[in-house]
Design a protein around this ligand. Sequence first.
Ligand code: IMP
Ligand code: MG
Length: 172
Amino acid sequence: MDAPLRVFITAEQIQKRVAELGARIDADYPDGPIYLVAILKGACFFLADLARAIKTPVRLDFMGISSYGRGKTSSGEVKVLKDLDTSIEGHHVLIVEDIVDSGVTLSYLMNLLEQRKPKSIRIAALLDKPDRRLRPVEVAYRGFQIPDEFVVGYGLDYAEDYRNLKDICILG
Ligand code: IMP
Ligand code: MG
């Protein structure tokens, strides 16, 4: 029953890259706080590491979005399952996401949050699969560009499994 897993990006490579992204974010945001808005649940490990790689003051909030069923491709339909706890009006917002695939989720979310008048809004995504893009999404801080493979680990799941793997692995 267990699908084969191949290590694709190691925990060490992830940590090194997250530290680089944190340093770039610090350089770009001299004045905090930065409102880090993480998309549940896949981005939670990336958020935890990225937030600690940033020295500029940050605040944390979460959004729950559903666009995938239990399969490997998006249903194309985006629903907000959990909204932010706080107002982002007049604040720097950095959306923290695990992976940009079709771009449907993030383009929807950018539109939604822009209407709430943040001072600025950008995206940090650990992984980017540009081959599969259906909607344009501008990723300001990208961890790794990857080919069209389904990956799990470091927060990413397949049907809710594998999120706690330390490395990012290709499934199947
Ligand atoms: P998009 O709306 O198609 O860009 O989908 C983004 C969401 O799909 C991500 O937040 C992930 O939850 C999920 N996703 C896309 N590709 C993968 C993958 O390779 N592994 C695990 N989840 C994925
Ligand atoms: Mg996700």
